[in-house]
Write a protein that binds this ligand. Structure first.
Ligand code: ARG
Length: 458
């Protein structure tokens, strides 16, 4: 017995089954499908298709199916094409015609769209909570390292002094935006497609608003064709996850570089490092490397989801069945990566003295040019004079830090003998601009991160 024996005779080709069958992937939707079935059964009861006793049987049987699934205690048959078919078969085997009546007025098209959104709502909320945990860990580190001086870089080249706290806060703010994007995405995902039928809506007067409410949606998708035929919620969620993992991949890369002995700025604990089967000395930052790689996969899955609907005629087409593998992949990656990043980072030891040892005088070049600009020199000219001075020092194997007050006075007489303050801490403190690394600016950032975290507590 297959779903469409009435119309399509004979057995499907084995290869047809192989390409058509989605159960191995969509079995994950079973708990969502049980919820969708329960809401649907209640609506059918309201419309008179089930009497109260039959409805109770359906609900009890759905509970049993869920319990069996949780134990992995049933074997799907080859003809269980997908999770919806499976649940319907199990219901029908147990309840006969009462089970066979469950598909009244609905289609797998609205069913799968509904299940998928339920799944998405849970996954996005869970991911958001994980992001908040990571931001919390970052906040602790930002506070601990508000004064840890670090050679800030552009192009991975030493640029200007900042603090490790400032550096880590930059990631916290990126993650807060990611969490906002998750919220925004959730807000749109929370619209219920159920009752849309195959495309034209159920042939029975189901109350779509009541169904939406029963299932915890905030409202309904307003057009039945759109409701079954679009996958933008999945595409958007994947894109948001890809941006999030992309953020983490950049900081992962920085930590990989810093864990190289040439830097030695940080060391991941043993629990988050791996060795080599051949080279006994190795200590590899595999967790961070895998985060980098997961970013590639998340981007790939997002592209798959976007390409999947391109040019597909409006409404449901089987192309849309391919959404789940890609969506699950990117959601799984996001949840894993956020947790791993938080734990690995939390376990890492930072070495401020190594960071300090890499602070070279040239990091103060902009500050010197700024002082000249303050004294009246056009900045472009000040830049050129400082650049030339640094070039000369470099040829003598020196850097700006080694310049004597006298040399500075000779080269830059407009400073009026005021020795230019050669201090990294002073350079950081001069950057009191909002969002900058100075203590006061960073305190404001710390407060903002803490406020955001407080707003996330349920
Ligand atoms: N397994 C299918 C999917 O995930 C369910 C919808 C099938 N609908 C249909 N008309 N063949 O998309």
């Amino acid at each position: 017995m297959t779903l469409y024996d009435g119309r399509i005779g004979g057995k499907a080709d084995a290869l047809m089954e192989a390409i058509n069958r989605s159960l191995p992937v969509d079995i994950r939707l079973l708990p969502c499908d049980v919820r969708t079935n329960r809401a649907w059964a209640r609506e059918l009861a309201r419309l008179g298709f089930y009497n109260p006793g039959e409805l109770a049987d359906v609900e009890r049987t759905l509970d049993e199916i869920l319990a069996l699934a949780e134990k992995g205690a049933f074997d799907p048959l080859p003809e269980d094409e997908d999770v919806h078919t499976l649940v319907e078969r199990l219901l029908t085997e147990r309840l006969g015609d009462v089970g066979a009546r469950i598909h009244t007025g609905r289609s797998r098209n609205d069913q799968v769209a509904c299940d998928l959104r339920l799944y998405l709502m849970e996954a996005l909320a869970g991911l958001k909570a994980d992001v908040a945990v990571l931001v919390g860990k970052l906040l602790e580190l930002v506070k601990a390292h508000r004064g840890t001086l670090l050679a800030g870089a552009t192009h991975l080249q030493p640029a200007q002094p900042i603090t490790l706290g400032h550096f880590l806060a930059s990631l916290a703010f990126a993650l807060i935006r990611d969490a906002e994007r998750l919220d925004d995405c959730l807000w749109r995902a929370e619209r219920c497609p159920l009752g849309s039928g195959a495309l034209a809506g159920s042939g029975f007067p189901v109350d779509r608003h009541a169904l939406a409410e029963a299932l915890g949606f905030s409202g309904i998708l307003d057009n039945t064709l759109d409701a079954v035929g679009d996958r933008d919620a999945a595409q958007e969620a994947a894109g948001v996850c890809a941006i999030l993992i992309g953020h983490l991949s950049r900081y992962a890369e920085q930590f990989i570089i810093w864990s190289h002995p040439a830097f030695g700025y940080l060391r991941f604990s043993d629990a988050w490092s791996t060795g080599s089967s051949m080279m006994p000395q190795k200590r590899n930052p595999d967790a961070m490397e895998l985060i980098r790689a997961k970013a590639a996969r998340a981007i790939g899955s997002t592209v798959t989801l976007l390409a999947m609907t391109k040019g597909v005629p409006p409404g449901y087409a089987k192309d849309l069945q391919e959404d789940k593998a890609a969506l699950f992949d990117v959601l799984d990656a996001a949840r894993l990566v956020v947790k791993v990043f938080a734990e690995a980072l939390g376990s890492a030891a930072f070495y401020p003295e190594r960071m300090r040892a890499d602070l070279r005088g040239d990091l103060l070049a902009t500050d010197l040019a700024d002082r000249l600009a303050e004294a009246g020199a056009p900045f472009r000219k000040a830049h050129e004079r400082v650049g030339r001075f640094i070039g000369e020092l470099e040829r003598q194997g020196r850097d700006l830090m080694s310049a004597t007050p006298r040399e500075l006075d000779e080269r830059f007489p407009e400073l009026g003998g005021q020795p230019f303050e050669m201090s990294f801490a002073a350079a950081v403190e001069r950057r009191r601009v909002a969002g900058g690394p100075a203590a006061a600016s960073l305190s404001e950032q710390i407060e903002k991160i803490a406020d955001w975290l407080a707003s996330q507590k349920p």
